[in-house]
Design a protein around this ligand. Sequence first.
Ligand code: NDP
Length: 297
Amino acid sequence: MQILNGNQVAKIIKEQISENVKKLNEKGYRNPHLTAILVGNDGASKTYVNSKEADCKQVGFNSSVFRFEQDITEDFLIEKIKEINQNPEIDGLIVQLPLPKHISELKVTQTINPEKDVDGFHSMNLGKLMKGEDTFIPATPFGILMMLEIYNINTSGKHCVVVGRSNIVGRPMSILMSQNSKFGNCTVTICHSRTQNLEKYLKEADIIIAALGKPEFVKANMVKEGAIVIDVGITRVEDKNNEKGYVLKGDVDFENVKNVVSAITPVPGGVGPLTRIGLLKNTYKSYLKSQNIEGFE
Ligand code: NDP
């Protein structure tokens, strides 16, 4: 059984990006720049934005964060996004979700310039993904693809079951796994909360991608021997013995499932670091395009 180590993959890719940025600096190019907008005081969102800033620093990107109070108006946020859209010094813009209820996530994501939409949530970018065109792949599915590539996991002809159909994880993941590409070419089943006999589908899967947000939902008896399991879920579960007051749990009962499978991602240290890498890669891609840089990837 192999543990698919997201931290290790992240380290390799960060080193590659960092070296390239150094080389580009030597040639006189400016640094790539990622901007985040954070609205409100959600603890998890603050943690995510802080780690994205730290990642940028590590690879030589500039980063900036616009922090706004919970009660800002939708119009104010839209105007701010339009300003950033126009700023030639900024290559990537993300708006940390979830947003307060009075602000439309759809309207906000559609306002971001698709050329700077490094989260890949704009309909234009999701449409391109559907058609297999070059685009910003949403960060989590992109990170998972990089991991499949680094571990050289053969996906062709395999039955992949994706649990969850959100626009940011499950649905794009299902499309990518079915695409005619080296780390795609799967026969894909996508499951959700209305799926009947979910356990039957899981048991048939060669590859399971669990993205439902229900801690330890996937049990050892639901998984085929030798399957590959990618656990996207991250839920804070109360734990009074932990100094933070919670522990992070994935959607898979890792301790028991690991004894049945051929490869599995842990939580934490699996898909989480890869998601952050997906974002860095997309920012770097946007930067190469905005600066008309050729010969680097
Ligand atoms: P959403 O809540 O948007 O989507 C959850 C999906 O799971 C829905 O499609 C839902 O079905 C389905 N679902 C819920 N319960 C069940 C069930 N009992 N059986 C089958 N399907 C079910 O979540 P996200 O896609 O945004 O995130 C999923 C998980 O991944 C969360 O834990 C999140 O924190 C984590 N995550 C982790 C990231 C990382 O970096 N590792 C990045 C992004 C997310 P329906 O559509 O019918 O409601």
